[in-house]
Design a protein around this ligand. Structure first.
Ligand code: PLP
Length: 271
């Protein structure tokens, strides 16, 4: 596809000083895929390969100013939303989506880091559902997030795909990408796109057994947003992003750590 401008993506997410997730990896992905990244940081986190140590939510005024300074000036082609931190941040994003008529919005429903730290206050989950699900084009939950949202205990079997997506549509989602990384399938990693018509499209790659799992959800969602910004369809954007994620898992950065971690407790970055 030819463009008269560089495809632009606004990533609204948390800062990960460890570099493998959040704003930092989103910007790497967007740039690698040929887009230009604008950012609005919802929270600062302090983390490393062993998990999130601390976080500080961006004060409302400066959070809002990050968004309006970009959106008053620039046409944004797509938006990726990640760590939301709290209800105030969510409300500002919902207002901005309406005011600037933002399009091609991908919401990665990040709730808790793999190290167990809440990235969204549990009491704000309802606000995310109410304010953002109907306003975004697609949500990209993994199975634990689906269960947290629906109060269920699905394990990600193929015959649960329809009922999981039905539950998420009832919460207001327009389309869902159900990520199968946590399923019990040891051979393959299959994600399923389900649209309101209940058309189900599976995306499968071989499952890789790796410690480079930090930020996988961020990489996938920002890649999808970048391909949408380039004018690709939702199905093609997901297919291209899944391939990009798979290739990135093969060529991940190798960081020199100061000690050997026990078992597989260390999460290494992808990019
Ligand atoms: N930190 C930030 C700022 C994030 O946005 C995310 C995920 O979206 C994470 C950490 C999660 O990292 P992990 O993949 O290790 O669970």
């Amino acid at each position: 596809m030819l463009f008269d401008h560089t495809p632009t993506v606004l990533t609204i997410a948390g800062s990960d000083n460890y570099g493998g997730a959040g704003i930092q990896v989103d910007a790497k992905v967007i740039h690698t895929l040929g887009g230009y990244a604008f950012t609005a940081i919802t929270a600062l986190t302090a983390q490393n390969s062993t998990g999130v140590k601390d976080s500080f939510v961006t004060p409302e005024q400066i959070f809002k100013a990050q968004l309006t300074s970009i959106l008053d000036d620039i046409e944004v082609d797509a938006v990726k939303i990640g760590m939301l931190a709290n209800a105030e941040i969510i409300t500002i994003i919902a207002e901005v989506i309406d005011k600037y008529k933002l399009k091609n919005i991908v919401l990665d429903t990040v709730l808790v880091s793999s190290s167990g730290k809440a990235l969204l206050e549990p009491s704000a989950i309802r606000t995310m559902v109410k304010e953002l699900f109907p306003r975004v084009d697609i949500i990209t939950p993994n199975i634990p997030e689906v269960n947290a949202l629906l109060g269920t205990e699905y394990t990600g079997k193929n015959d649960e795909i329809e009922v999981m997506s039905k539950g998420l549509f009832e919460l207001g989602a327009k389309a869902v990408l159900l990520k199968g990384g946590h399923s019990s399938d040891n051979q393959n990693a299959t994600d399923h796109l389900v649209e309101k018509s209940f058309k189900i499209v599976p995306f499968t790659t071989t499952r890789l057994h790796t410690t480079h799992t930090h930020g996988t959800g961020c990489v996938l969602s920002s890649a999808i947003a970048t391909h949408l910004a380039k004018g690709e369809s939702l199905v093609k954007s997901i297919a291209l992003s899944k391939t990009f994620l798979y290739k990135s898992l093969h060529t991940a950065s190798t960081i020199k750590f100061k000690y050997i971690a026990k078992n597989d407790s260390r999460k290494e970055p992808l990019l």
